[in-house]
Design a protein around this ligand. Sequence first.
Ligand code: TXA
Ligand code: MG
Length: 318
Amino acid sequence: MSATLPIHSATADAIAQAGRLLAEGRLVAFPTETVYGLGGRADRDASVAAIYAAKGRPSFNPLIVHVPDLEAAREVVRPDNRARILADIFWPGPLTLVLPRREGSELSLLATAGLDTVAVRSPAHAVAQALLKAAGVPVAAPSANRSGKVSPTTAAHVAEGLGAEVAMVLDGGPCLVGVESTVLDLSGPQAAILRPGSVTREEIESIIGPVLTAEDSAAPKSPGMLASHYAPGLPVRLEAAQAGPGEALLGFGPAPGAILNLSPSGDLTEAAANLFAMLRALDRPDFSGIAVMPIPERGLGIAINDRLRRAAAPRTMP
Ligand code: TXA
Ligand code: MG
């Protein structure tokens, strides 16, 4: 039996402490108006890997990056006119905007599952707002439940579900909305709702005009499907003992001849933290392919292998 996590009432002192913990790279569970989030620095691969480890997720999906306001969002994304108008009306609030990643942004590639787009949201809950301001860094935060369990709407739910990887649970009372934020893709010319939420299609359309949803056959992507889209341009070969001619070897554990190593000591959290950045670094025309050494199928290794298998699968290019 695991002990339940200590819960801290969200006083000004507790919020300040939680902000310091986040800035140091630790994980903090906090209330938003939708559900409780499990937050970690979105600009640190190790913090994002710790989120996945704490949730026990079998796959890497891109996470929502939480910011206090549009000004802070500009550090990580490039908002266009539609985004500025929607943020002006709905932020802070339960509307997440998927936007092009800002070049040179320090955001963890693990947070976006390797994508060039970033989902950003400014939560309306006063505790979340104060915490994000105290932390002073962008905060990646999926719902604060173990994978496969329902999203938590009270601090007690969070404390029951998660383990000692979480440094602090801030209690701000029950969440008012109870359903995750609406996710709106504005990364291309056609706006599309990727996940329905309490900000409705009609509300969005009244401001920016027609928006696609999963029911529209023309919708470019459907919710949940989208996560898998990053794959290197080079062929990827798995379970490799060594590099073939022209291949770059991506190591794990002791790996003579590896160009890069996900974790020389064989640590799966370190490997997850390095995964997308190293795949990108090796995806260069001077190699013929990327050969990846075996990763154990346990803990975070399950999510790493899931992603690697997708990267190695035959591509259907448009
Ligand atoms: O209400 C909420 O949004 C809660 C609270 C804690 O803020 N957060 C939340 O985060 O639900 P998460 O990480 O569980 O949800 C992420 C959703 C997924 O549906 C994911 O596919 C989508 O956002 N998403 C994230 N980044 C994306 C991207 N770059 N492109 C498309 N979809 C993205
Ligand atoms: Mg969730």
